[in-house]
Design a protein around this ligand. Structure first.
Ligand code: FOL
Length: 206
């Protein structure tokens, strides 16, 4: 239960956002995000952990993300969050504290997903850099690689996780079968085209 998963859609240069939102509109891709992060055995739920900017980037009508335990990281302990019974919302002041909390309610939480943004991705990809404390390293990335167009106007980027991470083990790409086995259902194979955007569903592990 100590491991957790990053889920992200990123361009080849790791662009993930523009003007406080996603740079593209890909309904089938976001449906994949919703399915993967929501799927949990009866009697349990997944947790989605996000930074405050990512929380604010989710359209009002979709937040808190339904059927998932929403955890928002903000240094502002007064930051107002809504809550309803089917999708609880919790505020934590740092990632470590959120991960420790999810560990404590282990029995009812199935999987933990880091859903962004750049700051949280950096923190769990290179925990020593930003937080020398207890954050265990992430060992799985569900990456939707946006192949074209290049979306050069992105203004937020995730770290290049494929760059040599020094002492950390290198990432290897899992097979499509392994992706489907982990997700627990069919995932479209190969290049997907939606609204003129080409992308691919990938899974990376270390
Ligand atoms: N990972 C992937 N693969 N794609 C993404 O778009 C993505 N987005 C974020 C994090 N990881 C991602 C953060 N941004 C919603 C909106 C923005 C967002 C995350 C989620 C959202 O509204 N989700 C709804 C589905 C909405 C719909 O069906 O249109 C949800 O229920 O998950």
């Amino acid at each position: 239960m100590s491991s957790f998963t990053i889920i992200v859609a990123a361009t080849r240069t790791n662009g993930i956002g523009q003007n406080g939102r996603l740079p593209w509109r890909l309904p089938k891709e976001i449906a994949y995000f919703a399915r993967v992060t929501s799927t949990a055995p009866e009697g349990s739920m997944n947790a989605v952990i996000m930074g405050r900017n990512t929380w604010e980037s989710i359209p009002q009508k979709f937040r808190p993300l339904p059927r998932r335990i929403n955890i928002v990281i903000s240094g502002n302990q007064e930051y107002p969050l809504p809550s309803d019974a089917s999708s609880p919302c919790y505020l934590h002041n740092e990632l470590d504290s959120a991960l420790r909390w999810t560990g404590g309610v282990e029995k009812t939480i199935h999987r933990r997903f880091i859903i962004g943004g750049a700051l949280l991705y950096s923190e769990c990809l290179s925990p020593k850099l930003l937080s020398p404390s207890s954050t265990p390293p992430v060992n799985r990335i569900l990456l939707t690689r946006i192949i074209e167009p290049a979306f050069e106007e992105c203004d937020v980027y995730m770290p290049d996780f494929l760059a040599d991470g020094g002492e950390q083990p290198q990432w290897t790409r899992a097979s499509h079968q392994e992706l489907e086995d982990w997700v627990g259902g069919a995932v479209p194979t190969g290049l997907q085209v939606e609204n003129g955007v080409t992308y691919e569903f990938q899974m990376w592990v270390r």
